[in-house]
Write a protein that binds this ligand. Structure first.
Ligand SMILES: *Cc1c(COP(=O)(O)O)cnc(C)c1O
Length: 426
């Protein structure tokens, strides 16, 4: 499609957008009486209007039924988490039994590493991406230290080549083969949080399995953003947070995937009563017997008040389905990219550079833009003028037009604000 950088053209795309009604299902912060242009759905998704009722239902059940709500609420609390298996399995490409929801992301990755990172004298190394999200880096460091290794001994980072912004798949695969039978675990982000680069999880999983390693993915920026086929790709485990693309609310619960092939295995795990045989959970027996399936990794009884908004949003995703979201995502991101290039050429270039891969196979919702010159003050200008984006050192703004609620007209408005900002700051 040939794009045009005009309001009429953007409005025309909006009028043809099959998902346009969903925009009204979200609450937008206001700027001068208008919705802001919201680019930080990759950090904290907007609140769906239908969320409130899910939370109120729990509040009412708690008020009316108190302890009996565990069994007699309309959505009983004791197995509330099982309601996620269907919608989330569709979103991440899993079998329902491979899904569970609990805790928060970093906590879950630690718990999963208890099961899936068991170094031996020969096989003890972890491959991760260079400049992984800091929480992941701290997790790796503390895990290898806990097992008696230093970071230098046990952590192998895949680096970008000199002068390049993204990591090449061939470099990941080469490194996997190089580390070979010393490799215990590959654990990287499915989508890099900084550049928005999407990794080929299928190829990585195959290569790592070939050398006998386990493979996990941190899907913080992937869940609800890209097509995932975790089961088919044979990924061993994965976890994601729900407050980014999945719009579940600040700091909310994390989803986990454990491949079926591990459900019957006798893996080490840190157990708790919510992972115990469901039929016998309240018999308070001394011997732990895990539920078969990802639910066997549960630890505590669940925070129902925080699961309620996540359930609202998970059901919304299942209602629309990833294919439609991905289709809009691709066009919206392409339009944003077009507008950035238009503004750049109108201003005679070199104001900024998109560091996200331009190839649609290797990116998803996010475009990361490296600002030359007036970086921080341009960011401040955007924020003061109704464009919500975020700032990452040294000079990057990340733009994530979430297809659920961002419009093509938002992209046009953003372009105009950006242009005014660059001119004003010259
Ligand atoms: C957002 C994000 C996190 C955050 O972890 P929490 O435990 O939810 O605070 C971790 N890893 C990555 C890659 C992220 O993008």
């Amino acid at each position: 499609m040939t794009f045009q950088n005009t309001r009429e053209f953007a409005q025309q795309l909006d009028s043809q957008d099959e998902l346009k009604h969903y925009r009204d299902e979200f609450i937008f912060p206001q700027h001068n009486g208008k919705n802001v242009v919201y680019f930080t759905g990759n950090s904290l998704g907007l609140q769906p209007k239908r969320t409130k009722k899910y939370v109120e239902d729990v509040m009412n059940d708690w008020g009316n039924l108190a302890v009996e709500g565990h069994f007699y609420a309309e959505k009983p609390w004791w197995d509330y988490h099982e309601r996620f298996a269907d919608p989330l399995s569709q979103i991440v490409g899993a079998k329902p039994s491979e899904i569970t929801v609990m805790n928060t992301l970093t906590v879950n990755l630690h718990l999963l590493m208890v099961s899936f990172y068991n170094p031996t004298a020969k096989r003890y190394k972890i491959i991760c991406e260079e400049k992984a999200f800091p929480s992941d880096q701290y997790m790796f460091q503390s895990q290898v230290n806990f097992h008696g290794y230093t970071t230098e001994e046990a952590i192998v980072e895949i680096k970008r080549r000199e002068g390049e912004h993204n990591i090449r798949l061939e470099d990941i695969l080469t490194k996997i083969n190089e580390v070979g039978d010393e490799l215990a675990l590959v654990l990287i982000g499915g989508v890099n949080y900084y550049t928005g680069q999407v990794f080929d999880m299928k190829a990585i999983t195959e290569a790592a399995h070939k050398v006998g390693a386990i493979v996990g993915f941190d899907l913080a920026h992937a869940a609800g953003n890209i097509e995932l086929k975790l089961h088919e790709w044979n990924v061993d485990f994965a976890a994601w947070c729900s407050y980014k693309y999945m719009n579940s609310g600040p700091g909310n619960a994390s989803g986990c995937f454990v491949h079926e092939k591990h459900h019957h295995a006798d893996l080490p795990r840190f157990a708790g009563w919510w992972g115990h045989n469901k039929e016998r959970r309240f018999k308070m027996e001394p011997q732990f017997e895990p539920v078969h399936g990802a639910d066997g990794w549960q630890v505590s009884n669940l925070p129902i008040l925080s699961l309620a908004p996540y359930l609202a949003s998970a059901e919304m995703f299942a209602e629309v389905g990833m294919p439609k979201l991905i289709q809009k995502r691709n066009q919206l991101t392409a339009y944003l990219e077009f507008i950035l290039h238009e503004i750049d050429s109108e201003l005679e270039g070199a104001e900024f550079e998109i560091i996200t891969p331009s190839n649609q196979e290797e990116r998803a919702c996010q475009l990361s833009v490296f600002l030359h010159g007036q970086g921080r003050s341009l960011f401040d200008y955007l924020m003061k003028n109704g464009v919500i984006t975020d700032w990452r050192e040294p000079n990057v703004i990340r733009l994530a037009p979430a297809p659920f609620y961002c419009s093509y007209e938002d992209m046009y408005d953003f372009g105009q604000t950006l242009k005014r900002g660059i001119i004003a700051l010259k």
